[in-house]
Design a protein around this ligand. Structure first.
Ligand SMILES: [Zn+2]
Length: 272
């Protein structure tokens, strides 16, 4: 039975560095505590019959490896460590792992067998669990989304989550969201959209301050697939000029002058 915790670790109380939740028997969602870093990223561990896919390694301020080892204990699975995208708060723990898929679009394309980036969608089989890999550059040049046919979850990384959607390449982002919405419209049913941060409060259209490391009254992680449709629509209406768009569940947040490659908030806030 798929489920979510009543409330994720929102940084307001003491607890371990990671909040681990089994969504179902083969899907673990790990939230790095906001106390360890204000980004508080979500990390996904998907288990197949042959492989386990770890999506992202967090900011690197915690011992994620120990958590993953414990979750995989007693299971005879090859661990594949890959990323939704290569920003610092998603690759920070890479060094803790023996082998990690590269961070550039070329690396990602090569690993998953994408020969025509970013138009081509490919499948990645964990063993009796097939994922569709969908290139969606715009927030980051090597960003990919994953659709899990088993759970019908769409993992959208930093390209769609309840928070500030930092757009570094406006034309690419618009095309990517259109591609993603097209994938769903083409008959791939989505139960829920899951991203990698929460920055919205439960109040429609209201976000937490930049860099806030406590999130009392945090928005849920999961988004209804209608929110993807909504994002595609507002981007289509917005046209070619980047502009900020505030909606109930997300804020489109163009970033004009990226200065560093350290964080998903680069250029918008002085991230660590
Ligand atoms: Zn990012």
């Amino acid at each position: 039975m798929a489920s979510f915790p009543r409330q994720w670790d929102d940084g307001t109380t003491d607890g371990p560095d990671h909040h681990v939740h089994w969504y179902d028997e083969r899907t673990a969602i790990i939230r790095q505590s906001l106390r360890t870093n204000f980004e508080g990223p979500f990390i996904y561990l998907l288990l197949g019959s042959e492989r386990a896919l770890l999506l992202d390694t967090g900011t690197g301020h915690t011992d994620l490896r120990a958590v993953v080892d414990e979750l995989l204990e007693g299971r005879d699975l090859e661990l594949v460590v890959a990323h939704t995208h290569g920003h610092g708060d998603h690759v920070g723990g890479d060094a803790q792992f023996d082998a990690v898929v590269g961070r550039s679009a070329a690396d990602v394309a090569e690993y998953f067998g994408i020969t025509s980036w970013p138009e081509q969608l490919v499948q990645f089989d964990l063993g009796e669990r097939v994922l569709d890999v969908i290139p969606i550059p715009g927030h980051h040049p090597a960003h990919v989304a994953f659709y899990d046919r088993e759970t019908r979850l769409l993992l959208t990384g930093d390209s769609l989550y309840p928070g500030r959607l930092y757009v570094f390449d406006w034309p690419a982002f618009r095309q990517s969201v259109e591609r993603l919405a097209g994938f769903v419209a083409a008959g791939n049913p989505v139960e829920l959209v899951l991203g990698t941060h929460i920055e919205m409060t439960r109040q429609p259209g209201v976000d937490f301050d930049l860099g806030a490391d406590r999130h009392p009254g945090e928005h849920e992680l999961q988004l209804d697939p209608a929110v993807l449709t909504e994002l595609a629509e507002v981007l289509s209406e917005a046209g070619p000029e980047p502009r900020r768009i505030v909606r109930d569940h997300f804020i489109v947040y163009p970033v004009e002058t990226p200065t560093r490659e350290t964080s998903h908030t680069q250029g918008a806030v002085q991230a660590d």
